[in-house]
Design a protein around this ligand. Structure first.
Ligand code: TTJ
Length: 657
C-alpha cells in the first residue's frame, strides 16, 4: 500500500460514514423497503449494462446467511487505476459517494435518476461486500467490510486490500455479494415475491435479457424463477390483457427517438371499460404519470380523431371524440429512456421533464398515423375507432342520467346510506369509518365500537368487481353507493375531498382468500375513483388477530404465525388455542379489544404504490378466464433452468475476444 492510497482512503471513509449516520436519507428507510432498495441499487447497475447491450443475463441469489449475490455477464466494472484517485475503478465505485456505478457517465448511457445513489451506499450499509470482476481474460476480487474500530467508532465499507488479480478466466461479467448490516436494518429478510415481481417487470422492460432469481435460504426447498421476454413490452401488454378479451390480436408497437429520448410504446385494447396505463422512465415505474403520459394521451387523441375523420367514422359536423373515449379498455405500456430525469409529485413518481412530452407526442404521431393508414391494419384501426365512438355515446347517456339522478336526489333530499351506523361525533378530523366484511362481523363491530367517533358500514358478500365496469354501473351498485354516500366526497370527476366525513377509512376483512379478494376490490375502487383518499393517507387496513391463546384467565392474541410461536414458547404448557377463521367469530368485546381500540389495534396505512400494485394484481386475479390465474399462482413454483444462465454467462458474443 502506498501513501496516496492511505490519503484517499481517509477522505472516502468520511463519506461512507455519513451514509451510516443517516441511512434513511440514502435508501429511504431501514425497514423492509430500505433493505430491498439495497438490492435494487445493485441490480440497477447490472440492468444498465444489459440495457446498453453489453450483457444479456442478470442473476440474483438469496443465500442462507441473508447475503445476496447479483451477477451479470457484461464488460465488468473497470479494473484499471483511476487517474486522479489512484485506486482501481472497482474501489472508486464502491467507496466514492455519488460516483457509485456512474463511474463513467459517457459510457453509461441512460441510468435512473432516482436510483443512482449506487453501490457505495450499499457498501456503507453492508457488513461485507465481495466484488468479483471478470474481464480481459482475468478474474479480479476485492472485499470491503464494516466493523467497529478499536476506538468504538464504526468503520464503514473499508477495502480489506486493493483489487487483486486472482485467476485466468474466459468469461466476463460482474458478481457482487453483499450482506446488509444487521446493525443498520430492522430486518434482513428479503421477500421472494417482491423480488420476482420486480425482476419480471425488468424482463418485460428490457427485451431479450434473462433475469434469474434463486432462493436457497430454506433447507431442501430451493425456489427459482426465470424471466425472459423476446417481445419485451409487447409481451407485457399481452400478459396484462391475458385474462380479458382483446379487441385485436396483435398489440400495436412503436419505438422511436427524439432529442436523445428513446420512446417505446405498446398498446392493445380489450372489450372492457377501464384504462390501464403502465409508464416507466429508465425502468422506474412512474405511478403518478407525468409529462410522458400527457404527451401520449394528447397524441393518441389527435391521431385517432384524424383517422376517424379520414375513415368517415366522424362526419364534418360531428364533434371530435374525447381522449377518454379512445382510452376505454386500453392497456398500454409506455417506456422512456432518457438523461437528467426530473421526478415530481407526492411519491416522486411523476415525470416532470417537458421535453418528454414533446418526444412522446412526436414518436407516437410519426408512427401511429401511418400504421392506421396501412391497409393491413385497417381492421385494428376500425375496431379502436368504433369502440371509441360507442364510448362517446355511452358517455353522453351517462352524463344525462347523472344529471337526472342529481336533480332527483336534490328533490328527495334524502341521502341513502343503507346499513351505515354513523358515529355521534361530527369531527371529520378524528372520525373513523370501518368497512366490515359480512353482516355478522358488522353486527359485532356495531356493538363493540366507540360510537362517539367510529362508524360502521357492513358489506354483504363481495362488492362488485369494478375492474370490468363503467362508472355508471359502479354508481348503480348498492354496496358502492352506500360507501360513496357515507364518505361524502362524490366520485370520479366529481370527487371532492373537502366533503370527506372521516379521517380514517379502515377496511376490515377476514384473513382468508375471500377477505383478500374483497380488500383488493375495495382498494381498486378507491384507486380508480377516489385516488386522493389514498394519496392523502386516509385508507387503512385493519389487522384482526389470527389466534387467541388462553391460559387460565389470561387471554392473549397473536397477529401472525411468528408471534404465535413466540407467545406459546413464552407461555409454556397448558394453554388453549383458537384460530380465528373470520371476524364473525369474535364477540363485540373481543373485536373492540383486538382490532378497533386505537390503543391496541394495528393498522396498515395503504400507500399509493400498494394500491397501484393491487391494480396490477387485481387485473390478473379477477378476470373471467382461468388460464392466466393459474399461471400467477404457480409463478413461484420450481423450474430448473440454472444451466441456461451458465450458458449465457459464457456464450455472450462480447465474451469471446
Ligand atoms: C462501465 O464502463 C466501462 C465498461 O464497464 C462499465 C461497467 O461498469 N459495467 C458494469 C457494471 N457491468 N456490471 C456492472 C455492475 C454490476 C453489478 C451487479 C453491480 C455493480 C455495482 C456494477
Amino acid at each position: 500500500m502506498n501513501k496516496q492510497y492511505d490519503v484517499s482512503d481517509i477522505k472516502v471513509m468520511e463519506g461512507l460514514e455519513a451514509v451510516r449516520m443517516r441511512p434513511g436519507m440514502y435508501i429511504g428507510s431501514t425497514g423492509s423497503r430500505g433493505l430491498h432498495h439495497m438490492l435494487w441499487e445493485i441490480v440497477d447497475n447490472a440492468v444498465d449494462e444489459a440495457a446498453n447491450g453489453y450483457a444479456d443475463a442478470v442473476r440474483v441469489t438469496l443465500h442462507k446467511d441473508d447475503s445476496v449475490t447479483v451477477e451479470d455477464n457484461g464488460r465488468g466494472i473497470p479494473v484499471g487505476i483511476h487517474e486522479k484517485l489512484g485506486v482501481s475503478g472497482v474501489e472508486v465505485v464502491f467507496t466514492q459517494l455519488h460516483a457509485g456505478g456512474k463511474f463513467d457517465n459517457e459510457s453509461y448511457g441512460f441510468s435512473g435518476g432516482l436510483h443512482g445513489v449506487g453501490a457505495s451506499v450499499v457498501n456503507a450499509l453492508s457488513e461485507y461486500v465481495e466484488v468479483e470482476v471478470c474481464t480481459g481474460g482475468k478474474m479480479y476480487r476485492q472485499t470491503f467490510r464494516s466493523y467497529e474500530g478499536p476506538d468504538g467508532k464504526m468503520v464503514s465499507g473499508k477495502p480489506m486490500a486493493p483489487l487483486e488479480e486472482v485467476s485466468r478466466v474466459r468469461r466476463q461479467g460482474t458478481k457482487i455479494t453483499f450482506l446488509p448490516d444487521k446493525r443498520v436494518f430492522e430486518t434482513l429478510e428479503m421477500n421472494f415475491g417482491i423480488i420476482s415481481k420486480r425482476l419480471r417487470e425488468l424482463a418485460y422492460l428490457n427485451k431479450g435479457v434473462t433475469f434469474i432469481l434463486i432462493d436457497e435460504r430454506e433447507w431442501g426447498n430451493k425456489k427459482e424463477a426465470e424471466y425472459h421476454y423476446e417481445g419485451g413490452i409487447i409481451d407485457f401488454v399481452r400478459y396484462m390483457n391475458a385474462d380479458k378479451t382483446p379487441l385485436y390480436d396483435e398489440p400495436i408497437y412503436i419505438a422511436g427517438k427524439r432529442d436523445d429520448i428513446a420512446v417505446e410504446i405498446a398498446i392493445q385494447h380489450n372489450d372492457g371499460y377501464t384504462e390501464s396505463m403502465f409508464s416507466y422512465v429508465n425502468n422506474i415505474p412512474t405511478t403518478e404519470g407525468g409529462t410522458h403520459e400527457t404527451g401520449f394521451k394528447a397524441a393518441l387523441t389527435k391521431v385517432m380523431n384524424d383517422y376517424c375523420r379520414k375513415a368517415g367514422i366522424l362526419k364534418d359536423k360531428d364533434p371530435s371524440l374525447s381522449g377518454e373515449d379512445f382510452r376505454e379498455g386500453l392497456t398500454a405500456v409506455l417506456s422512456l429512456k432518457m438523461h437528467s430525469v426530473q421526478f415530481e409529485g407526492q411519491t416522486k413518481t411523476k415525470l416532470g421533464n417537458t421535453e418528454a412530452r414533446t418526444a412522446v407526442e412526436y414518436v407516437l404521431t410519426e408512427h401511429l398515423a401511418p400504421y392506421l393508414d396501412d391497409l393491413k391494419n385497417a381492421d385494428t384501426a376500425n375496431k379502436i375507432a368504433e369502440k371509441a365512438a360507442k364510448a362517446a355515446k355511452v358517455r353522453e347517456a351517462t352524463r344525462k342520467a347523472k344529471n337526472m339522478a342529481r336533480e332527483k336526489s336534490k328533490l328527495e333530499n334524502a341521502p341513502l346510506v343503507g346499513k351505515l351506523s354513523s358515529c355521534t361525533g361530527r369531527n371529520a378530523k378524528i372520525n373513523e369509518l370501518f368497512i366490515v366484511e359480512g353482516d355478522s362481523a358488522g353486527g359485532s363491530a356495531k356493538q363493540g365500537r366507540d360510537r362517539r367517533f367510529q362508524g360502521i358500514l357492513p358489506l354483504r358478500g363481495k362488492p362488485l368487481n369494478v375492474e370490468k365496469k363503467r362508472l355508471d354501473q359502479v354508481i348503480a351498485n348498492e354496496e358502492f353507493r352506500s360507501i360513496i354516500t357515507a364518505l361524502g366526497t362524490g366520485i370520479g370527476e366529481d370527487f371532492d375531498i373537502s366533503g370527506l366525513k372521516y379521517d380514517k377509512i379502515i377496511i376490515l376483512s377476514d384473513a382468508d382468500q375471500d377477505g383478500a379478494h374483497i380488500r383488493a376490490i375495495l382498494l381498486t375502487f378507491f384507486f380508480r375513483y377516489m385516488k386522493e383518499l389514498i394519496t392523502d393517507g386516509h385508507v387503512y387496513i385493519g389487522l384482526p388477530p389470527l389466534y387467541k391463546i388462553q391460559k387460565g384467565k389470561e387471554i392473549r392474541y397473536a397477529y401472525s404465525d411468528g408471534e404465535l410461536a413466540k407467545m406459546t414458547r413464552a407461555i409454556g404448557k397448558g394453554y388453549t388455542l383458537q384460530r380465528y377463521k373470520g371476524l364473525g367469530e369474535m364477540n363485540p368485546e373481543q373485536l373492540w379489544e383486538t382490532t378497533m381500540n386505537p390503543e391496541h389495534r394495528s393498522l396498515v396505512r395503504v400507500e399509493l404504490e400498494d394500491a397501484a400494485d393491487v391494480d396490477h394484481i387485481v387485473t390478473l386475479l379477477m378476470g373471467d378466464k382461468v388460464g392466466p390465474r393459474r399461471e400467477y399462482i404457480s409463478e413461484f413454483a420450481n423450474f430448473n433452468k440454472t444451466d441456461t444462465f451458465e450458458e449465457k454467462m459464457t456464450a455472450h458474443p462480447a465474451a469471446e475476444r
